[in-house]
Design a protein around this ligand. Structure first.
Ligand code: CP
Length: 310
């Protein structure tokens, strides 16, 4: 394993890194953002490093963003999708990853539906593990890119009010954002149907605002999440139409608060449900800036974890 330049050998979640780590990742990402905007977008930093992208759940943005980040750093990249793998023949997660590592892989970027799958692996294998989303638990690189994007627009997170709107209880993006934003000095609130908000979320220092107009009035930036129907076995809301009527973000609602706030969305967007197209495509929305920054943030994470070779 390489000597990480972060306080940890793995990125398992924002909860397990420090404020200093986040600041180091942001400073490095700023440098890589310059690199990826140059005509020649590649640097040799991770030449001879082999990275496996192992996805047990669907992904568009995160998978492509990691692969681009790895290729921009000149790493060798292998991609694994569970849908076409021997996992379907009954192989365990540990056996699958051990077989991949036997082919001399240095880092594993993994998305898995089980919270804690990455912790389990990090205790059993000798490679850097990066969490690309573990069930409803954490999605650390998403929180890093969201927070970096807000900081880029506002200059600082210190003292800023950020609200996360939507399906909080099923959202790994929400939990990682709460940890990351608070570590950088922001005040965090959540807003959504009470059935979609964890019962004791206030224990994390988060405020619950029930009225979406009040939440928007309070905040400097709003991160809008989709309803994750794929993780809901019971009915948490009467219907999507009812959700949209009470918590959907539309132009009329934003105009009624008489201030300009930033709008974020981690994607994938369900247009017309949690956000209307006129908001998602407006100048207030920084959704594509988030995607662009995602590549630089992931380059920074990979680069810093790879550190100096032992
Ligand atoms: N934001 C995010 O994780 O998107 P994907 O599921 O497409 O990777």
């Amino acid at each position: 394993m390489f000597n990480s330049q972060l306080s940890t050998n793995h990125l398992l979640g924002i909860k397990y890194i420090t404020q200093e780590d986040i600041e180091k990742i942001f400073a490095t990402a700023e440098e890589f953002k310059d690199v990826i905007n140059r005509p020649i977008k590649k640097v040799p930093s991770l030449r001879d490093v082999t990275i496996a992208n192992v996805f047990f759940e669907n992904s568009t943005r995160t998978r492509i963003s990691f692969e681009l980040a790895e290729r921009r750093l000149s790493a060798d990249v292998v991609n694994f999708a569970s849908s076409s793998s021997s996992v379907n023949k009954g192989e365990t997660l540990l056996d699958t990853i051990k077989n991949i590592l036997a082919m001399k892989v240095d880092m594993v970027v993994m998305r898995h539906p089980a919270p804690g799958a990455h912790h389990f692996l990090s205790r059993h294998i000798d490679a850097h593990i990066i969490n690309a989303g573990d069930g409803t638990h954490e999605h650390p690189t998403q929180a890093l890119l969201d927070t970096f994007s807000i900081k880029e627009k506002m200059g600082t997170l210190q003292g800023k009010n950020i609200v996360i709107v939507g399906d909080i209880i099923h959202s790994r993006v929400a939990l990682s954002n709460i940890f990351c934003l608070q570590m950088l000095g922001a005040n965090v609130a959540v807003c959504g149907p009470r059935t979609l908000i964890p019962k004791h979320i206030e224990a994390l220092g988060v405020t619950v605002i029930d009225d979406v107009r009040k939440a928007l009035q309070w905040c400097d930036a709003a991160n809008i999440l989709r309803i994750q129907l794929e993780r809901q076995n019971t009915k948490y809301i009467p219907s999507l139409r009812e959700y949209t009527n009470h918590f959907g973000i539309n132009k009329e609602l934003l105009e009624s608060i008489n201030k300009e706030i930033l709008i974020l969305h981690p994607g994938p967007i369900n247009r017309g449900i949690e956000i209307t197209s006129d908001v998602a495509d407006s100048n207030q929305a920084i959704i594509l800036d988030q995607v662009e920054n995602g590549v630089a943030i992931r380059m920074a994470v990979l680069y810093l974890l790879a550190g100096i070779r032992q």
